[in-house]
Design a protein around this ligand. Structure first.
Ligand code: UD1
Length: 420
């Protein structure tokens, strides 16, 4: 398995481009299954999760054309199998996103039940109950969710018990082809949900209220193909900003979208960074200073994303003062803490809160990535540590960060990939 070797101590300085958002690209690819004619998806990031989704389409017999810019043209009408097998779902939970579209368009779907994962139990009960409310017959058998509907799904009033991103996306994709009106209450307001809704609208769907807690959908009989470009990745953006701040450096990010990053940008200013932005760029300058530790609490959008808390923990590890980071979205999302301790971080976990007392210097150590965002936090820790940090099991990073070592090299970091 590949490793990353990072020689810490370099202040990041430079400009890089932000890639398309993984969490937008995955539901938008799933949504292409709803269209009667080909859909072209642009600005897709080069990531393992995107490849896995394309592999899943391959398994289902869906024809894909990929051009040199990684734009993917999906011909959903070529589908032969309405099954998402265990072998693929186990490597990517987001495969569950094909459940709603397959059921709505073809009347049947079999999707392997995603198991537990490194960051908690992550059930899919709300995806299932939402589809049942729309008239789907669903059984869980032999480890598979088997869903069918006679004729068409019916519009329904659905109140989600918990704010769930992929749950909202699955119900939304099912609702666009349902008969009548669907109301999704307590819907996720994440920008990626909005991006999916905008793509569906471009395909001919009738959706209102996306970006609020109540989404209204008037079902239509069919959707057409379109060309759609996914929005920039706010978590990738946040990760590079935090990396620059932790090293006392400067970074300019282009092709990003600052207006969906408020929680992160305000917190970085609180940490002492000078942060400026325009329509599609953000510049952060730490001017060589050590950051101040920050307190934060994760919650659904527009609050602080859970996908960025591990990276802030790395920043706090070398900051001035003590910071408290509380995780309210997932249980068990502190796997990076033990690894950071091995690098000399002064970290304690109390319930769902991580308390970090900043130290002047972390020391390099071999560390192991356990999930996607935890891996990113270990890379940041490596960038500020004294000596050579070896980060193992980086396949997690490749699931969510496009060319991470090349982008960091462009910012001056001493980082290299050692193939297995
Ligand atoms: C998505 C993101 C992930 C991010 C997370 C929270 C994608 C592909 N992944 O994951 O990067 O960390 O949102 O912002 O977009 N829950 C239930 N029942 C359900 C579904 C969810 O109880 O049926 C709970 C989960 O256990 C969790 C909470 O709801 O505690 C939020 O999870 P959810 O928003 O569903 O996360 P994902 O959509 O899987």
């Amino acid at each position: 398995m590949d490793k990353l070797i990072i020689t810490g101590g370099v202040r990041l300085d430079g400009e890089i481009r932000v890639s398309g958002a993984k969490n937008s690209a995955l539901p938008i690819l799933a949504a292409t299954l709803l269209a009667d004619s080909p859909v072209t998806v642009c600005n897709l990031p080069h990531l393992h999760d995107i490849t896995t989704m394309c592999e899943l389409f391959g398994c289902m017999g869906v024809e894909l054309l990929v051009d040199e810019k990684m734009n993917v043209e999906v011909h959903a009408s070529t589908i032969k199998q309405l099954v998402a097998p265990y072998e693929l779902v186990k490597t990517m939970r987001a495969s569950i996103l094909v459940l709603g579209p397959l059921l709505a368009r073809f009347g049947y779907a079999e999707v392997s039940l995603p198991g537990g994962c490194a960051i908690g139990s992550r059930p899919v009960d709300l995806h299932i109950s939402g589809l049942q409310a729309m008239g789907a017959d669903i059984v869980v058998e032999d480890g598979y969710i088997k869903a069918s509907v006679k004729d068409r799904l019916k519009g329904a009033h659905i109140l989600m018990d918990t704010v769930t991103v992929t749950g909202t996306e699955n119900i939304l994709m099912a609702a666009v082809l349902a008969d009548g009106e669907t109301i999704i209450e307590n819907a996720a307001r994440e920008p990626e949900v909005v991006d999916l809704a905008e793509c569906l609208i471009t395909m001919g769907a009738r959706i209102k209220g996306h970006g609020t807690g109540m989404i209204r959908v008037q079902g239509v009989e069919r959707l057409d193909g379109c060309t759609y470009s996914v929005l920039p990745d706010r978590i990738e953006t946040g990760t590079y900003l935090i990396a620059a701040a932790a090293t006392g450096g400067r970074v300019r990010l282009k092709d990003t979208q600052p207006n969906i990053l408020d929680a992160i940008l305000f917190k970085l200013r609180e940490a002492g960074a000078s942060v400026e932005w325009g329509d599609d760029w953000i510049e952060l300058d730490m001017k060589g200073k050590r950051p101040r530790a920050v307190d934060l609490k994760t919650a659904p959008y527009p609050a602080m994303p859970t996908d960025i808390q591990a990276q802030f923990t790395a920043l706090n590890a070398i900051a001035e003062g003590t910071g408290r980071i509380t995780e309210t979205v997932f249980e068990n999302r502190f796997m990076h803490v033990q690894e950071m301790k091995r690098m000399g971080a002064d970290v304690d976990v109390e319930g769902n809160t991580v308390i970090v007392k900043g130290v002047e210097q972390l020391k390099a150590a071999p560390v192991m990535a356990t999930d996607l965002r935890a891996s990113a936090s270990l890379v940041i820790a490596g960038l500020v540590a004294e000596g050579d940090t070896v980060v193992e099991r980086i396949y997690h990073i490749d699931r969510g960060y496009e060319c991470i070592e090349e982008k960091l090299q462009q910012l001056g970091a001493k980082i290299r990939r050692v193939p297995a």
